[in-house]
Design a protein around this ligand. Structure first.
Ligand code: SAH
Ligand code: SF4
Ligand code: F3S
Length: 474
């Protein structure tokens, strides 16, 4: 963990490495094996799942041991410098593994995919010649073909076009699910061009999948045992996909549509931009029972001058008023947010404005980051960059506020009966772990038969990362 506060949410946090969950159909012990390491946001987690499923259709079985892997995939994140640099430290280790495998006669293909691949392209092969394939986020459906080509042509290949063909149409159907909750990407790319952010360059322009396509995938997930779906997009509330009657559907329309699927108990969506919180989406928080009362709504800074320099296109007051309107529609709503400290030119008084928004809104969770200058973004060229010690000091002060707010929110849950969707066995025998509506991890003594069910749990205690509770006899 570096400059980020851990929270109780299960969101894949930028910079965090996640080993892709297993559960893909096993191929014979002799078949090829793939090792996937995922960095970055939930959309990368989703992409890694789709990639492993596509490769499993080509006979690959997933392994958690890089030494056993015939194919090593690093699915990368470019959002901050630290996230991007981690890839190169991993590649150093992988070079040794590839060397050792070669000495014992085994071939290894190394692929760098995702946002660093898109941003740096052939530079990656130059810096790390161990890499055989560089594949951008819009081209990973072509992995099986590219693997065959790099082998037969015996050279490194770089594929970072934004292709005409639609990746989702080329990927195989979702494999039977591995769990109770799932991510589902409904929108990709971003046209907002916040001045600090690489996403519009790494993921391209906004694109929304069709409602029929999403519904099809959601039904397949539910048939495989999924009870909660989180709709994903870099700018998910800007969703505008082709609807069944030929008219364009908003995110609220999509949520209402998916809520009709029997067996799907819970819906969430992330990440939203304040400018795209439309009235119908706000209203859906009050009317759609399956939509969880939890919203991740980044505000980045509490100072209007900084918000303007970031190109966020709203003021601090507009954000606070917006939160008021969403809470009026759904009084149970809990909020989380993202904040950047030390954007170029940020004064101490402007940092204090960020703390004021925390005091006024009250967040259940928050992710905070030191501003990281990113190549090719407008903010990188601003002259008044803030020294690292100042950023570190502001981050520490902000994180103590966040910790307090988070603890206060958890404390307020004690004594309440929260509906918990049980997801997996707990660490102790006889225990299950699930999620509250607010994404808190909750553990309770419960029979295994309650896995996949939503059960009221009376919360009895809280810790820094989870709640404990008791199931009352029905
Ligand atoms: N699409 C989402 C989030 C994108 S990245 C949104 O618009 O909110 C996730 C978070 O990383 C951002 O919300 C922002 O807080 C942070 N971030 C993005 N670029 C950054 C940078 N250059 N330095 C520090 N933090 C950054
Ligand atoms: Fe980046 Fe801004 Fe787009 Fe979010 S809205 S992905 S922060 S450019
Ligand atoms: Fe990182 Fe790309 Fe996601 S830059 S945060 S993996 S969209």
């Amino acid at each position: 963990m570096d400059d980020r506060l851990t929270t109780q949410t299960r969101e894949a946090e930028p910079d965090e490495a996640i080993i892709s969950p297993s559960g893909v159909a096993r191929s014979p012990a002799t078949g090829p094996k793939v090792y996937v390491r995922t960095f970055g946001c939930q959309m990368n987690v989703y992409d890694s799942e789709r990639m492993t499923e596509a490769l499993s259709a080509h006979g690959y079985a997933e392994t958690g041991a890089v030494e056993d892997a015939d194919l090593v995939i690093l699915n990368t994140c470019h959002i901050r410098e630290k996230a991007a640099e981690k890839v190169y430290s991993d590649l150093g280790r992988i070079r040794q593994v590839k060397g050792a495998r070669a000495a014992s006669g085994s071939d290894t293909v190394v692929a760098v995919v995702g946002c660093v691949a898109q941003a740096e392209g052939s530079e990656i092969v130059r810096r790390a010649p161990v890499v055989d394939l560089v594949v951008g986020p819009q081209s990973y459906h072509r992995l099986p073909e590219l693997i065959a080509r790099t082998r037969s042509e015996n050279r490194s290949l770089v594929e970072t076009e934004f292709p005409e063909e639609e990746k989702f149409a080329r990927l195989p159907q979702r494999a039977p699910s591995r769990g109770v909750t799932a991510f589902l990407t409904v929108q990709e790319g971003c046209d907002k061009f916040c001045t600090f952010c690489v996403v519009p360059y790494t993921r391209g322009m906004e694109y929304s999948r069709s409602v029929a396509d999403i519904e099809h995938e959601a039904r397949a997930l539910v048939a495989g045992g999924v009870r909660e779906v989180t709709l994903l997009g870099q700018n998910v509330n800007g969703y505008h996909g082709a609807g069944p009657e030929g008219r364009s559907y908003s995110l609220a329309d999509l949520i209402r549509h998916l809520a009709q699927i029997d067996g799907l108990e819970r819906l969430r969506y992330t990440t939203s931009h304040p400018r795209d919180m439309s009235d119908d989406l706000i209203a859906a928080h009050g009317t759609e029972k399956k939509l969880m009362p939890y919203l991740h709504l980044p505000f980045q800074s509490g100072a209007d001058r900084i918000l303007a320099a970031m190109n966020r296109k709203h003021t601090a007051r507009e954000y606070i008023d917006l939160v008021g309107r969403i809470r009026a529609a759904q009084p149970e709503l809990a909020l989380s947010t993202d904040v950047i400290v030390g954007f170029p030119g940020e004064t101490e008084a402007e940092f204090a404005d960020t703390l004021s928004v925390f005091a006024e809104v009250g967040f259940a969770a928050a992710y905070s980051f030191k501003y990281s200058p990113r190549p090719g973004t407008p903010a990188e060229k601003l002259s008044d960059q803030i020294p690292d010690e100042v950023k570190a000091d502001r981050l520490a002060r902000l994180q103590s506020v966040i910790e307090r707010q988070q603890a206060l929110f958890s404390q307020r849950c004690v004594g309440r009966a929260l509906p918990v969707l049980f997801e997996k066995p707990g660490r102790r025998p006889g225990q299950l772990i699930g999620r509250s509506p607010y994404l808190q991890s909750v553990h309770a003594k419960a029979p295994a038969g309650m896995l996949g069910r939503v059960v009221p749990v009376e919360i009895s205690a809280f810790g820094p990362n989870s709640l404990a509770g008791v199931i009352r006899p029905e």
